[in-house]
Design a protein around this ligand. Structure first.
Ligand code: AMP
Ligand code: MG
Length: 715
C-alpha cells in the first residue's frame, strides 16, 4: 500500500516580482499535513519556496519518512509537443530542455516569455503558447488565443477532458495562466529530481514507491466543498485554504488506503508525455477524505487541536508564519447581545449597521446668512427685498419665499420652500429692509443636501468593528439607538510557579512578586475584554489541572504565564501535551520563545513565558490580534512608523527582535540601556518597541527602523 507520513501541496506562482511581505493571495502557498496536524506556509518567491521544499525533503529523508509532494501545474504538455521540441516522446526531455533555458532569479525575475517565443518559433504556424501582456516584447507569442493557427497540437491533454474547468497549458498570462507556472515550475522539479535521484520519483512517469514522490495536483478538484461549511474554518486566503485542505485530504486518503485508487486511475495513450492529475478518477474518494471527521474536526468553534503543529523539518517558526498559522486557526468565541448607544463605545459589532435615517435628514443651511432662489437672480450685483420671518435650526420657516426675495437663515435651518442657495452673512449689506450682495454666488452655495453625508438605509458600520467615540456620533446622528454587539471576551489569567507570590506578601528574596497577572489584567481590559482572575498555582501538575478544569465554564480563553519551556517544572506545556493539543511553538522571537498554544477542554490556552518582559511582548504581538478575533473583531497588524535610530546594534539572523524603545524629542528611536529580559523597568520607560526583522542587520545611528508605538496596541 502507498502510505505517506507527510503530504505537501504547493500552489505555485509565476509572478515576476516577490509577493508582498504580508501574506497575500498572489503568492506561493504550501499546505502540509501529517499525523501531527495541518499547516500552511507562505513564500514570497519561487527560490524561497524551492529552498523550503528541499529542506523538508532532506529532513524527511533523514527521519526515514515518506512524503508526497503535489504541485498545481501540468507536468506534461499535449501529445506531440515533447517530440517536436526535444526529439524524445517523454516529459522529462521537456523538463531538461526547459531547465537549460529558463532563468529564474532570486527576486522572481524571469525570461519565460522569451523562452515561450523561442518554443513557438520551433513549431509551424502561430502558437502554441499565447497571451502575453502588451508590455512584453515577444512577438511570436500572440496576444489572443484566436490568433494562433497551424501549430499542430491539441489544446488540452487527455486528462483535461475530465476536468473541464482546467485551463489550457498554452495560456501564459491572466486568469489561470498555468502555462507560465509550468514553464517556471518544471525546471525546479527537474533540479529536485537530479538532486534526489534514487530517492525521489515523479508519478505517473515513474513509480510511486520511492520515499519522495512528486505528483501533479489540481486544488479546484475540491471546489464542490470549498464554498461549504468546511471553508468556514479555513483560511481567509483561498489559496492558503485550498492547499491546506488538499494536503489534509490526500493525507487522509493515504491513511484510509484510498490514495491507491487515485494512483491507479491514471490512463490514456500518452501518459509518459502528458502526465496525469492525482485525484482525477478518484474524485469521490478525494471529497470523502476532505469531508472526513479527521479533516473537518478543525471546523469546531474553538482553536483547532492541530493548528499549532510545527511543519516537519522546521525548527524555529518565524514570527510571520506563527502569526499566519494562529490567524488561520481562530474562530469567534463570544456570544452576542443588544446594547443601547450609551454602552456601545469599545464594543464589537456583531451585525452590519444601516442608517435609520439620512444625515442630514433634509436640506439645510451650512452658514448664517440669507436664503435665495438662485434661478430668480438676475445678472450682476443684487439687491433683494427681505421677506418677513426667519429660518433657524429646529425652527423652520413654514411659508414660501417668493422668487426675487431673500430670507434670514441660520446654520442648520431647513431650507424653506423657494430657497436653494444661501449668501454668507459676511458677504451682504442690509439697508432699508433690503439685502445687497455682489455677483458671483454659485447655485446651491452654502447649503447641505439631504443625505449628502449618509443616505437613509446606507450601511454605516460593519460587523467586526470595535466602536470608537466617533462611531457613537455616527450612530446617534443616523438614529441608531441600539446595536447588536459581541459579549466581552472573558480572558482568564493564571500565574504559575512555586516562586511566584502575591506582591508584598513576603520579604523573602527567594520569592518573586507576581508581575504578570496585574499586567495581563490591565492589558486585556485595555483591549476591551473582561479579565477573569484565575489566581496562581504552584509547580504542581494536579493543582494546575484542577484549576484549568474549574475555570472552563467561566472563561472563553486562558492566558497563563510561566512553565512553558521544557524544564522539569514546566507543567503548562506538559499538561497541554497530555491533553493532546499542544505543540510548543518555538517562535523565533526575542524576547519570547517558548510560547505554548493549546486547547484545554475546548478553551484556547496561550501559555506565555514567565518572564514579564517576554510575556508582555508575546501578548502584544500574538495574544492581542488573536483575542480580538475571538471577541468577534478583526485581525490587525500593529501600527508602525519608520524613524531614524538613535542607537547602534548588531543583530543576528534567524529571529525577530523587539527592543524596548521610545522616541526622542526629534522623533528618533532610542532603546533601553539594557536588553536584559528581567528589566521590567525598561517596559515602563519605553513608549513602544523597535521591531528588527528576521535577517541579520547592523544598525547605525540615523538608519531607519520600525517603531511600534504602544498607543497602536491600545495601551
Ligand atoms: P518560567 O517560564 O516559569 O521558567 O519563568 C521564567 C522566569 O519568569 C522565572 O525567573 C520566573 O520566576 C519568572 N516569572 C514567572 N512568572 C512570573 C510572574 N507571574 N511574575 C514575575 N515573574 C515571573
Ligand atoms: Mg516557572
Amino acid at each position: 500500500m502507498t502510505r505517506f507520513d507527510t503530504v505537501l501541496v504547493v500552489d505555485w506562482s509565476a509572478r515576476s516580482a516577490p509577493s508582498p511581505r504580508k501574506p497575500s493571495a498572489d503568492a506561493i502557498w504550501l499546505g502540509i499535513a501529517g499525523a501531527a496536524g495541518t499547516d500552511q506556509i507562505y513564500k514570497r518567491t519561487r527560490a524561497e519556496a524551492a529552498t523550503f521544499v528541499e529542506d523538508l525533503i532532506a529532513a524527511e529523508l533523514a527521519a526515514g519518512r515518506r512524503m508526497l509532494i503535489g504541485f498545481d501545474f501540468p507536468f506534461g504538455f499535449p501529445a506531440g509537443f515533447a517530440e517536436r521540441l526535444t526529439g524524445h516522446r517523454n516529459a522529462f526531455a521537456v523538463w531538461e530542455w526547459l531547465a537549460g533555458k529558463i532563468r529564474d532569479e532570486a527576486d522572481n525575475k524571469n525570461n519565460r516569455f522569451e523562452i515561450a517565443d523561442r518554443i513557438n518559433s520551433l513549431f509551424p504556424g502561430t502558437g502554441p503558447f499565447w497571451r502575453r501582456p502588451a508590455s512584453v516584447d515577444a512577438k511570436g507569442v500572440p496576444e489572443r488565443g484566436s490568433n494562433r493557427a497551424g501549430h499542430g497540437l491539441s489544446e488540452r491533454r487527455f486528462v483535461e477532458r475530465r476536468v473541464k474547468s482546467a485551463q489550457s497549458v498554452w495560456k501564459l498570462h491572466a486568469t489561470g495562466s498555468v502555462g507560465s507556472q509550468s514553464l517556471m515550475g518544471l525546471p525546479r522539479l527537474w533540479q529536485l529530481r537530479q538532486r534526489y535521484a534514487g530517492q525521489l520519483s515523479v508519478w505517473p512517469f515513474e513509480t510511486n514507491r520511492t520515499p519522495i514522490v512528486l505528483a501533479e495536483i489540481y486544488p479546484s478538484l475540491l471546489a464542490p466543498i470549498v464554498t461549504g461549511a468546511i471553508s468556514m474554518a479555513g483560511h481567509p486566503i483561498k489559496g492558503a485554504h485550498q492547499v491546506r485542505l488538499l494536503s489534509r485530504a490526500l493525507f487522509e486518503m493515504s491513511e484510509l488506503g484510498t490514495l491507491e485508487l487515485a494512483f491507479d486511475a491514471a490512463e490514456g495513450p500518452d501518459l509518459v508525455e502528458e502526465g496525469w492529475i492525482l485525484g482525477v478518477g478518484a474524485e469521490t474518494e478525494l471529497l470523502d477524505a476532505a469531508r472526513s471527521p479527521a479533516s473537518t474536526s478543525r471546523s469546531t468553534p474553538s482553536l483547532r487541536n492541530d493548528c499549532f503543529a510545527l511543519p516537519a523539518g522546521v525548527n524555529w517558526v518565524p514570527v510571520d508564519q506563527a502569526l499566519e498559522s494562529l490567524r488561520a486557526s481562530l474562530s469567534v468565541m463570544s456570544g452576542t447581545h443588544d446594547l443601547p448607544l450609551a454602552e456601545l463605545r469599545g464594543r464589537t459589532l456583531a451585525q452590519d449597521v444601516n442608517a435609520a435615517r439620512a444625515n442630514p435628514p433634509a436640506a439645510n443651511s451650512a452658514v448664517d446668512g440669507y436664503g435665495v432662489s438662485f434661478g430668480s437672480l438676475g445678472p450682476g450685483a443684487q439687491t433683494l427685498p427681505l421677506a418677513d420671518g426667519r429660518a433657524a435650526a429646529g425652527e423652520p420657516f413654514t411659508g414660501k419665499v417668493p422668487p426675487g426675495q431673500a430670507i434670514r437663515i441660520l446654520t442648520g435651518a431647513l431650507l424653506p420652500d423657494g430657497v436653494d442657495t444661501v449668501v454668507l452673512q459676511e458677504d451682504v449689506e442690509i439697508a432699508d429692509g433690503k439685502v445687497a450682495f455682489q455677483a458671483g454666488i454659485r447655485s446651491g452655495a452654502n447649503t447641505r443636501k439631504a443625505g449628502e453625508d449618509v443616505e437613509a438605509g446606507a450601511e454605516i458600520l460593519k460587523r467586526g468593528r470595535r466602536l470608537s467615540p466617533q462611531d457613537c456620533a455616527l450612530l446617534a446622528a443616523t438614529g441608531c439607538t441600539h446595536a447588536r454587539v459581541f459579549t466581552r471576551l472573558r480572558a482568564g489569567l493564571l500565574s504559575t510557579g512555586d516562586e511566584v507570590v502575591e506582591p508584598g506578601s513576603t520579604e523573602a528574596a527567594a520569592k518573586t512578586y507576581d508581575a504578570n497577572r496585574p499586567m495581563l489584567s490591565a492589558l486585556v481590559s485595555a483591549w476591551g475584554h473582561a479579565a477573569v482572575d484565575l489566581g496562581h498555582v504552584g509547580d504542581d501538575r494536579n493543582a494546575l489541572r484542577e484549576r484549568l478544569d474549574g475555570s472552563v465554564p467561566d472563561v472563553d480563553v486562558i492566558l497563563t504565564s510561566g512553565g512553558v519551556s521544557a524544564g522539569d517544572e514546566d507543567h503548562v506545556s506538559a499538561l497541554l501535551k497530555e491533553s493532546g493539543s499542544l505543540s510548543t511553538w518555538r517562535v523565533a522571537v526575542k524576547p519570547g520563545r517558548p510560547l505554548a498554544l493549546g486547547v484545554w477542554k475546548g478553551v484556547p490556552v496561550f501559555g506565555l513565558p514567565g518572564n514579564p518582559v517576554a510575556a508582555f511582548v508575546c501578548s502584544l504581538i500574538f495574544a492581542r490580534p488573536a483575542l480580538e478575533v475571538m471577541g468577534g473583531g478583526q485581525w490587525s497588524e500593529p501600527l508602525a512608523m519608520t524613524v531614524p535610530a538613535a542607537f547602534e546594534k548588531r543583530k543576528k539572523a534567524g529571529r525577530r527582535e523587539y527592543l524596548r524603545a521610545r522616541l526622542t524629542a526629534e522623533g528618533h528611536a532610542e532603546v533601553f540601556r539594557s536588553e536584559g529580559s528581567g528589566r521590567i523597568s525598561g517596559l515602563s520607560w519605553a513608549t513602544g518597541l523597535v521591531e528588527l526583522d528576521d535577517a541579520s542587520r547592523t544598525i547605525q545611528v540615523g538608519d531607519l527602523v520600525r517603531f511600534l508605538p504602544f498607543a497602536g496596541f491600545g495601551i
